[in-house]
Design a protein around this ligand. Sequence first.
Ligand SMILES: [Zn+2]
Length: 103
Amino acid sequence: MKRLLQAPNLAIATLWADMLSGAGIAASVQRAYASGIAGQIPPDQALPEIWLEDDDQQARAEALMQELRNLPQRHWHCGACGESVEGPFEQCWNCGALLVANP
Ligand SMILES: [Zn+2]
């Protein structure tokens, strides 16, 4: 098991894990708590993480995630205010929160 990355919210984490699984990379969503990643996020937030079953697939998984992030169109839900955001935007139009907090 190896941590691939942190997702801005559970919906996106699930989407990414599904995409990785669909590409033949066994991935799971783990709930991360502030105590384990102190300093990276506000202490009142608990962000989900994507974990890989097989450490050897990390490079391929990272390449896939890079492709996903470069897609011109997105549909996501803001983790901060819950707004639905569509289009090539990485920032919520309603509250300004970033889609990817840790690029
Ligand atoms: Zn928002």
